[in-house]
Structures are given as C-alpha cells and as structure tokens.
Design a protein around this ligand. Structure first.
Ligand code: PMP
Length: 314
C-alpha cells in the first residue's frame, strides 16, 4: 500500500496519492476517534469536499522519527488561519494524535497526512455556516519513486498553465484546492512525464506541481524567490538552511526566467515525497549532460543520510 505527498506530481501508480489505500489494519484518527479506514468517512456536506475548503500537510517518518513535525504543524495552522478556518483541536492535540497515529500503526518509515476541512454545512459557499471544522490524520506506508530516477534523473515539461497568482489564492496556503496543480500535472501526464515546471503569470519560474525547484550554474545553486508565488516547501527550507550549508553550498533566492533553467548545468526538485531528485530533461531537451549532475548527486545522498540517521523533528 502506498501513500505519497506528491499531491500534484507523482503519476506512477505506486506513488500517486490517488492510488494510496490504507490497509484494513490501519487506524485513522478522525475527529478524536480511532477508526478503521472503512469507517473513516466525511460527510457529503463537508465543504472540504464540496468546495476544496480546507488545508492539509504531508509529512515523512524516517527511522521512527517524524521529519520536521513542528514545522508542518505550524504550516497547517498557518494555512488554516489564512483561510479563516478554526481548527477544532489545538496544535498540541494534533501533535499528540499524529505521534499516536505513527505508534499505533507500527510505522518506522512512512507518510502522514493531516487534513483540516471546513466541516459539514449547507450547500451554499458560506464557510461560517459550517458549525465545526473536521480533522483527520492518516499514517501509512510510502513507496518511493524507482531508485533509477534518483540516479538517472526525472524528465519534466514546462506547463502552459501558469501557477495561480498570490493575489488570487496564495500558493503558500496548502489548501485542499489543488486544481491549478492538477491541471498542470495533466499536461505533464499527457507529455508522458511525471512533473511540470510552473511559471507565474509574469513568466517567472515559480515551482513545480508538487515540488520546489533549484538550479545549478557554474557551481552556484539558486532557487526562485517566494515572491514568485509558491508553496514554501519544508524540504526546500531544509535544503537551503541545513543540507546545502552542511556541504559548503550557499543557495541564492532570486527571480528565474525559464531560459536559465533550460540552460542550467543541473536542475533538481525538492518535496516531502520526492526528497531531492535531479531533472534529466525539460521538454525533451537534456539539462546539462542529461544525467544527474555532481552537486545534485551530493545533495540526494546527503539528504538520505541526514534524514535516516538523524531525522530532525523540528
Ligand atoms: N510545491 C507544491 C505545490 C507542493 O504540493 C509541495 C509538496 N507538498 C511542495 C512544493 C514541496 O513542499 P514540501 O517540501 O513542504 O513537501
């Protein structure tokens, strides 16, 4: 059974969240109760379902420890606050339930999905006619991308569809409304690849459908500035603040046009499910040598080493 955080990215049956199905032995935390997957259901009147009105997190468990749990909790409470959703549970209650979900399900390596929905209400949009928001936590196994992809790299395309502008729905909100990403992902799938680079409406590189993006040129690493409009990835931050500096690299945040991504020496993506993965080609044209470059390879290995040996919970 698989679960993946690659909301918009993974298309392989083995890692696509759509293919994820909790085993029957799993216990799901649903509004304070532990229930089997078959009983873990939400109302058809829940605005999370009716309108994508809610927010979520995907989190990894490495070696029995929950990677950056507190940062993920802060992000989901921040997303909730930005959509004026009042979680029915405190951050401490959700933290305790998350840890208990990992323990009960006997997971030492895996994936956690925390979801807050607006809750059941009327058929109208009015979010405040939903008396109580709903929360659930799923902890399950994760199947990673095939190992070859980490060695050979991942082909991607540039989506025609731009990332939704900050002024419309700030992509830093990890909301349940992922259609912008899903439609760009459909472009990728139609092109026979797993991920698409998304530009903002000004034509600057923003991020990918389910991953953040980095560029290597002449030994320097850079990444789009958050002002481009993106999810502020927790893996991205970890790579910028901890992983790259531990290897002696500094990462610059700035505007990126797509041409400099196409002509980079190396391009790599980061995300909770993907970790760090190199890009081999963009729109069928090789990036650099067309192989995963040396700096990306170093980061891929260091990421694995650090997370598995020393999974940092904060
Ligand atoms: N961008 C988008 C749109 C995403 O969905 C994700 C995955 N959640 C990311 C970037 C990577 O973020 P993180 O490292 O926090 O998983």
């Amino acid at each position: 059974m698989t679960t993946s955080d690659r909301e918009p990215t993974a298309t392989m049956a083995t890692t696509d969240e759509a293919s994820a199905s909790a085993t029957n032995t799993r216990e799901i935390w649903l509004d304070g109760q532990w229930v089997p997957p078959s009983a873990a259901t939400v109302s058809v009147f829940d605005h999370g379902l009716l309108y994508g009105d809610g927010c979520f997190e995907g989190i990894r468990i490495y070696n029995g420890r929950i990677f950056k749990l507190k940062t993920h909790l802060q992000r989901i409470y921040d997303s909730a606050s930005r959509i004026r959703l009042e979680p029915a549970y405190t951050i401490d209650e959700i933290e305790a339930a998350t840890r208990e979900a990992v323990r009960r399900n006997g997971l030492t390596d895996g994936y956690i999905r925390i979801v807050f929905t607006r809750g059941a209400g009327t058929l109208g949009l009015h979010p405040f006619h939903c008396p109580r928001s709903s929360a659930f936590i799923i902890a399950d196994d994760i199947t990673l991308y095939p190992e070859e992809m980490y060695v050979e790299g991942m082909p991607v395309i540039v989506a025609d569809r731009p990332r939704i502008p900050i002024a419309c729905l700030d992509p830093k909100i990890k909301s349940l409304n992922y259609l912008n990403n899903i439609l760009a992902k459909v472009e990728a799938i139609d092109a026979g690849v797993l991920e698409a680079i998304m530009l903002n409406i000004d034509g600057d590189v923003a991020e990918c459908t389910g991953d953040n993006i980095f560029v290597v040129k002449d030994g320097h690493i850079s990444t789009p500035d958050p002002a481009a409009g993106m999810l502020h990835g927790i893996t991205r931050r970890f790579v910028m603040d901890e992983l790259a500096p531990s290897l002696g690299y500094e990462i610059e945040e700035r505007r990126h046009g797509i041409e400099e991504v196409r002509t980079a020496d190396e391009v790599f993506l980061t995300g909770t499910a993907a970790e760090v993965i190199g890009v081999s080609s963009i729109d069928g044209k090789p990036v650099g040598s067309g192989k995963v470059g040396p700096i990306t390879t170093e980061l891929v290995h260091a990421f694995r080493r650090l997370t598995r040996e020393n999974a940092c919970e904060n």
